[in-house]
Design a protein around this ligand. Structure first.
Ligand code: AMP
Length: 232
């Protein structure tokens, strides 16, 4: 039987969540669900959600919870996310979203919530040099650009600076992280789900740290499930 894996990666903007979530999704063959990417795609397509979200996003404000939870519900209930699991990137952003997610997943639950820790001075440097593909969301930096002239290696889209990577919007997002998202660390610690991992260092090394910690939790889960089975 396939083990379903449900993960969350928390961290400040620029902590490397996007890059690490893509690596985790490839490693465990699970869906990468990035609410920021979904919202940017909706804005680009001019959907009803996109039109509503654009104004908030430009200022670095959070989109209303009910809109975002609906997107997450749609994505987690179908395809690979449903059959094999998912890693959530950029969601939940506050305790209310975390509670709504718990309700959505019940009777199942999350396997692990990773807090990817990077000091603020380093994330500011990373955001300033961050560039993304306008079509598929692949992340690059001025130090690690695509192979050819700001054309995405992955899909051929144009690689640009994000509209909300302005100084004012970044500051607002970091303030919101402290106020709204940081309390999630205590929330998930109390629920016994939190793993704290340093996000400082080369991509591959951070990725190895994450996989080692998650594998340990998955092994404990497998042992628990088989012990439960033996006791029946
Ligand atoms: P991100 O790509 O995760 O930095 O998200 C970009 C923007 O999308 C944020 O600044 C918010 O405006 C919006 N957004 C993404 N995820 C959420 C969420 N879970 N709740 C509310 N707003 C979100």
């Amino acid at each position: 039987m396939t083990q379903i894996i449900r993960l969350i990666v928390l961290g400040k903007q620029g902590a490397g969540k996007g890059t690490q979530c893509i690596r985790l999704s490839r490693h465990y063959v699970i869906e990468h669900i990035a609410t920021g990417d979904m919202l940017r795609a909706a804005v680009k397509l001019g959907t009803k959600v996109g039109l509503e979200a654009a104004e908030y996003m430009e200022k670095g404000e959070l989109i209303p919870d009910d809109i975002v939870i609906r997107l997450v519900q749609e994505r987690t209930s179908t395809g690979i996310a449903h059959e094999r699991g998912f890693v959530l990137d950029g969601f939940p952003r506050n305790v209310h979203q975390a509670e709504m997610l718990d309700d959505l997943l019940t009777p199942e639950s999350l396997d692990a919530v990773v807090d990817l820790r990077v000091p603020t001075n380093l994330v500011l440097k990373r955001i300033a040099s961050r560039r993304v593909c306008a079509d598929c969301g692949t992340t690059y930096s001025t130090a690690k650009p695509p192979r050819v002239d700001w054309i995405c290696d992955n899909c051929g889209g144009e690689v640009v600076q994000r509209d909300d990577d302005t100084e004012a919007a970044i500051q607002r997002r970091l303030d919101l992280y402290e106020k709204e998202t940081k309390p999630l660390i205590a929330f998930y610690r109390e629920h016994g789900k939190l793993i704290e991992i340093s996000g400082v260092g080369q991509e591959e090394i951070v990725s190895r740290r994450l996989i080692m910690a998650i594998d340990k939790i998955l092994r404990q889960k497998t042992t628990r499930i088989s012990a439960d089975g033996d006791n029946k």
